[in-house]
Design a protein around this ligand. Structure first.
Ligand code: FAD
Length: 404
């Protein structure tokens, strides 16, 4: 016998959503969510906070308020997976057992992977929309800057919301352009990768904005070190011959995005694949080694864009397949890799990049996806946060059914 029918590790977007969706289908299930944090965040709006278009307080709620009724919240971090025994150990010494396990602790922002960054975040013009407490500082810096150099960095893939580093840049440039200051500001996008965006369809509309704002693109530039007080950053630049050279750049503003990886607890467990992510079949989201384990969200190995939009679809896949397994039926709800990245190219306009495995375009609405639209901004800034809090976290699956 087990403590719980289902144990869910992580009470973020995926964990709360799955718990609610499971209970909607079978209210008799005993479910526990292991989640250490007092707060639950709507992270996609942090880009808007950094652009002065959203109140940061509206992106935070208490975890207590989003845990579905009837679910037991175990407020601690999971410290070890013991899948052979169907058990999870908690950092506070407790251990729980399960019949089915759902793994969704998100990913780890590896701030310490950039020397000197943590010490100076929130001061000396160094910021990041990847942290709740720093997104408002981005907007402060953007408003204050009259001239100089603004650098926006992007680490190597995979990262959550791959478009977020450049979204911060476009919204900043839009403000400087409207204020008549952009001519005095040198803007550089220092990207560890070799392309502006991973799906080719969306590169031309983004390039139009790169040109409009006069942005210098620096590919194969990986941020490795920051000296805040000296306002200097160092990049490892990989040349065409594969040779790496270290380049120094001065900045007035640095929007830094940290390297990202699977959380230790997953990476060092029997659930991980070679890259550290919780290994699952990309269509059923079931573990390939432990049949009673499922995973979704940023921590899972499926090669989709790590986004909330993906989680919205994955919740249904996991809920249906987990219940099929319990009922002894085949796992027949399949994930197509859907993810979405609303690219905020200017305040009031979004290029809505929606795609599945292999970069296959999967637009929700029958519109040319490469066109920047006001309607998509409205969707991103107004509709999707409402969908999140009122539907997705409550087991209502609007816009979440898998495409057939
Ligand atoms: P999370 O929502 O991050 O939740 C993980 C939870 O697990 C957290 O509550 C954490 O406290 C908990 N946890 C961690 N370790 C443990 C442990 N050991 N034990 C138990 N619990 C643990 N997505 C979009 O679709 N569109 C966007 O425009 C967009 N923009 C973004 C902009 C920014 C700046 C950021 C940071 C993200 C953005 N995203 C966007 C991505 C989106 O927020 C994530 O993909 C999504 O939240 C992933 O859900 P998750 O449940 O996997 O992880």
């Amino acid at each position: 016998s087990a403590d719980f029918d289902v144990v869910i590790v992580g009470g973020g977007s995926g964990g709360i959503g799955v718990a609610a969706s499971l209970l909607k289908r079978d209210s008799s299930l005993s479910i526990a969510i292991i989640e250490p944090s007092e707060s639950h965040y709507y992270q996609p709006a942090w880009t808007l906070v950094g652009g002065g278009a959203y109140d940061s307080a509206d992106t935070e709620r208490t975890t207590a308020s989003v845990i579905p009724k009837g679910v037991q919240w175990l407020q601690a971090a999971a410290s070890r997976f013991i899948p052979d025994c169907n058990r999870v150990a908690l950092a506070d010494g407790r251990e729980v057992s399960y019949q089915q396990l759902v793994v969704c602790p998100g990913l780890e922002l590896h701030w310490a992977g950039i020397e000197g960054l943590e010490e100076t975040l929130g001061a000396n013009g160094v910021t990041s929309n990847y942290r709740f407490d720093l997104a408002p500082y981005t907007w402060e810096l953007v408003q204050e800057l009259k001239g100089g150099t603004a650098i926006f960095s992007q680490p190597s893939m995979p990262i959550k919301c791959a478009g977020a580093p450049q979204k911060a840049m476009y919204l900043s440039c839009d403000h400087w352009l409207k204020q008549g200051r952009l001519a005095n500001i040198k803007v550089e996008f220092c990207n560890a990768g070799a392309v502006l965006f991973g799906v080719a369809t969306f590169v031309p509309p983004l390039m139009q904005y790169v040109e409009r704002y006069g942005i210098d693109l620096a590919f194969n530039h990986q941020l490795v070190k920051v000296d805040g007080p000296a306002k200097t950053a160092w990049f490892d630049v990989t040349g065409a011959d594969g040779e790496v050279t270290r380049v120094e750049k001065r900045f007035d503003i640095l929007h830094a995005v940290p390297p990202q990886r699977s959380p230790d607890v997953v990476r060092n467990s029997p659930l991980a694949n070679a890259a550290g992510w919780c290994e699952v079949d990309q269509h059923t989201l079931q573990s390939q080694r432990f049949a009673n384990v499922f995973s979704l969200g940023d921590a899972c190995s499926a090669p989709n864009a790590k986004t909330m939009a993906a989680v919205r679809k994955q919740i249904v896949i996991v809920a249906e397949n987990l219940l099929a397994l319990r009922a002894g039926k085949p796992l027949s709800t399949l994930y197509d890799g859907y993810g979405a990245c609303p690219l905020t190219v200017e305040k009031g306009k979004v290029v809505m990049a929606e795609f599945g495995f292999g970069g296959k375009l999967l637009p929700t609405f029958p519109l040319d996806p490469a066109v920047p639209r006001r309607s998509q901004w409205f969707l991103k800034a107004t509709i999707l946060p409402m969908v999140y809090w009122n539907l997705m976290l409550k087991g209502h699956e609007w816009l979440a059914r898998p495409s057939k």
